[in-house]
Design a protein around this ligand. Sequence first.
Ligand code: SF4
Length: 119
Amino acid sequence: MHPQVLTEEIEETTQTPDFRGLAACNDDAGTWTDVFFSEDLYDIARAKHLCGSCPVKTRCLDGAIERREPSGVWGGELFLNGHVLAQKRRRGRPPKNRAAEVMVIDGQEVVVVPAVVSA
Ligand code: SF4
């Protein structure tokens, strides 16, 4: 192989590395796909938690913003119609008496029990 050709190939690889191989959500089996595109609040929290430890999080988020992703969790953020959602609410009217929820806080799953309010 001509040395000049080899040099050009290395530079091209350095400039545009394929970061999919580094993605925390990529296990080459699509195991996480349903979780990252779920509407379930627990799944969304799990996806965001996985993004938190992903080495390509910033690039992933920048790409999702640029592409105006229509849905899913990308770079630790939930997208809807090309925009980042601050938070997702459950469907329907909020219940009078909320049930306990599991949330991920600082990487730990925590059961959040609503405060008891006397009538
Ligand atoms: S930041 Fe999240 S969605 Fe993006 S590659 Fe990493 S794990 Fe996957």
